[in-house]
Each structure stands twice: as structure tokens, then as C-alpha cells.
Design a binder for this molecule. Structure first.
Ligand SMILES: NC(=O)c1ccc[n+]([C@@H]2O[C@H](COP(=O)([O-])OP(=O)(O)OC[C@H]3O[C@@H](n4cnc5c(N)ncnc54)[C@H](O)[C@@H]3O)[C@@H](O)[C@H]2O)c1
Length: 327
């Protein structure tokens, strides 16, 4: 198949491009390199079945021409990160809504399937665990910028289903905290990249809040596996959680990073207010119900946290010694 990956030079996108090429597909990548990096595509840039287009999903002419030539679209291009929401809410709102509308609008007349990358953030502060795809969304006040990403992605999901109702094949994937090689700390402040970078540099590992909050960290290989399988038409017209279902506390993640790196860095607690400013809100727990992923895609995560972290740390060590990707 000929497949377009928007955001294909990003963390998840670049791994997906590699996987699609390995499976024998022809891949077109559109990325504006705002957070993505050409070096993430080092292994694939000169591949005869890969075409990289530096451009934006806000460029409708480029998107139209490309969509006409492919069979399927993975739409991953997005402006993300809690830090970005707090510091640049307008960029996050516009970056997530306008691009997705373009992709869906232009895929619709061609009836090209769109697989949309959404997020577990959409569930917000819902405390009923694990999160089932049809559960309620509980978000905070609109005065709190932190919620603008979840709100924009939720509106994107509505757009997906509005087009699905008109006959467009669409699948929405809700990712749970992906991590692994190429997840960088500078782009949007993911906790695992932050901890590893600090540990390797001998700087304090800053745990925001009590550290008792838990997340289901998903190794990139598992994220990509679920994403790849979403091509299956059984997944048309639904939302599917893609993640690991093993919760880990942030404090434990810091301790494990410290242990696996052999670092002497101290672990220090930092109040949310100091990290993100006044009025910040966080959810204590997040865990996916994977029943639907298993039923429709035969998907189950396979990489445990220690293995995934060790592989990620190896990549970071390599970057620091070769002076690669700025962390
Ligand atoms: N990483 C996670 O844990 C996670 C969790 C939930 C959802 N997601 C979603 O998965 C997708 C990929 O995330 P990621 O972690 O790889 O982030 P990323 O920032 O590494 O990837 C996003 C990519 O989109 C590109 N991009 C941004 N705006 C663009 C535009 N207008 N046109 C073209 N390209 C543009 C960036 O340059 C980058 O390469 C995103 O949609 C994100 O919302 C990620």
C-alpha cells in the first residue's frame, strides 16, 4: 500500500515509518520539522520506497496532492505536551484543530482511510479505572490551559466521527504515555526523557507533586504495533486505547532510571506550581482498558518497563557520546 504519515519525522512517526517500510509498504512523510528531526529518519530517508516532504498539514495544496496519491493516512502531526499547553495554548489549539480538519476534509472525497493519533489526556480527571473507550471525559476549567490539548484532541475525535458518519473510514487511537528512543526532553517535557537526561548528566531528577501519581508507560515498539494493526478494517469507526496497562508511579520511574543508569543524581520533589505555574491540575492515575484493542486488533503490549527503560537509556547514552539529538 501507499501510506502517508503526517508527523513522520517525530518520535512515534519515525518509528512507524520504519515499521511500514519493513512491512513492504511505500511511505510518504509530511513533517514541518517543528519538533520532528530529519535525523530521526536517518535509517529511512534514502529508502527507495520512502518519500520525505518537508511541509505542513496546514498547506492544503500539498496535502490534497499527496492524499490523492496514497491509499491510507496516519495523521500524527500535532503540537503537544503539557508544557506547551501551559506556555503556548494558542499554538496547541490551532496546531491540533486546523491540521486535522484539513486531513479529514481532503481525505473524505477520496474515501481514504484516516488513522488519527489521539491521547489518553482526553479522559481528563476521570477517576474510574481502567479507562474504557466509551467512558466519560472529565476535564477542568477552560481557564486552566493544561486542558486545551485534551479539548482540541477531543474535538478532533468528534471531527473524525462526523466524517465517519458520512462514510469516511476512520480509526481513532488513544495513546498512553509512549516512551523510547527519540522521545526527547526538549520538545514537550516528557517525564521519562527528563529523568534519563538528568540522571546521565548528574543533575537532580525532578519529580513534580508527590510522585505517587501513576502512568502506564508504553514502550514505542508496543505503541507502533497497535498503530500498525489499526489499518485493519475491523478498527473502522471506533476509538481504541493503545498502551501498556501496567501502572507505575512517577517516583518509581525516577528510582528505576537512577538505578539503571547507575547515577548519583538526587531525586527531588518539586511542587506543580513551581513547575507549571499557578492553577495547574493533574490526574493521579491513568490506565487503559485494553479489551477493545485485544478484540479488534489482537493487541497486547509485550515490553516491560525495565526492558523498555534500559533500551531507552542505551539510546540516550549513545546520543550524549556522539553529540546527537539535543536533549
Ligand atoms: N508521545 C506520546 O506519549 C503521545 C501520547 C498521546 C498522543 N500522542 C500523539 O501522537 C502523535 C505523535 O506524537 P509524538 O510523541 O511522536 O510527538 P512529536 O512531537 O515527536 O511528533 C509530532 C510531529 O508532528 C510534526 N508537526 C507538528 N505540526 C506539524 C504540521 N503543522 N505539519 C506537519 N508536521 C507537523 C512535528 O515536527 C513532529 O515531527 C501526536 O498526534 C500526539 O498528539 C503522543
Amino acid at each position: 500500500m501507499k501510506i502517508l504519515v503526517t508527523g513522520g519525522a517525530g518520535f512515534i512517526g519515525s518509528h512507524l515509518v520504519e515499521r511500514l517500510l519493513r512491512e513492504g509498504h511505500e511511505v510518504w512523510t509530511i513533517d514541518d520539522l517543528s519538533t520532528g528531526k530529519k535525523e530521526f529518519l536517518q535509517a529511512t530517508l534514502t529508502h527507495p520506497r520512502h518519500r520525505f516532504l518537508k511541509g505542513t498539514v496546514l498547506d492544503r495544496a500539498l496535502l490534497k496532492e499527496t492524499i490523492q496519491q496514497v491509499d491510507l493516512i496516519y495523521h500524527l502531526a500535532a503540537v503537544l505536551g503539557v508544557k506547551n499547553c501551559v506556555e503556548h495554548p494558542l499554538k496547541v489549539i490551532e496546531g491540533n484543530i486546523d491540521g486535522t480538519r484539513n486531513v479529514l476534509e481532503l481525505a473524505y472525497p477520496e474515501r481514504k482511510k484516516v488513522i488519527f493519533a489521539s491521547t489518553s489526556e482526553v479522559y481528563g480527571k476521570n477517576s474510574r479505572l481502567p479507562f474504557h473507550e466509551d467512558d466519560e471525559r472529565i476535564l477542568g476549567s477552560t481557564a486552566i490551559h493544561r486542558w486545551c490539548y485534551a479539548t482540541a484532541k477531543a474535538l478532533d475525535e468528534h471531527l473524525c466521527f462526523a466524517y465517519a458518519k458520512q462514510g469516511l473510514p476512520v480509526t481513532v487511537l488513544r495513546y498512553f504515555n509512549a516512551y523510547g528512543p527519540r522521545a526527547t526532553a526538549t520538545a514537550y517535557g516528557g517525564v521519562i526523557p527528563r529523568f534519563i537526561t538528568a540522571a546521565l548528566k548528574g543533575e537532580p531528577l525532578e519529580v513534580y507533586g508527590t510522585g505517587e501519581q501513576t502512568r502506564c508507560f508504553t514502550y514505542i515498539e508496543d505503541t507502533v504495533e497497535g498503530t500498525y494493526r489499526a489499518m485493519n478494517e475491523k478498527a473502522d469507526g471506533v476509538v481504541i486505547n493503545i498502551g501498556n496497562n501496567q501502572p507505575e508511579s512517577i517516583m518509581k520511574a525516577a528510582q528505576l532510571v537512577k538505578q539503571l543508569t547507575g547515577s548519583d543524581s538526587p531525586i527531588v520533589k518539586v511542587p506543580y506550581e513551581k513547575a507549571y505555574g499557578r492553577g495547574y491540575e493533574d490526574m493521579m492515575k491513568r490506565q487503559p482498558d485494553l479489551t477493545r484493542a485485544r478484540q479488534l486488533l489482537d493487541y497486547l503490549p509485550t515490553i516491560d518497563f525495565t526492558t523498555g527503560l534500559s533500551r531507552t537509556i542505551d539510546w540516550y547514552r549513545q546520543q550524549l557520546t556522539t553529540g546527537g539529538t539535543e536533549q
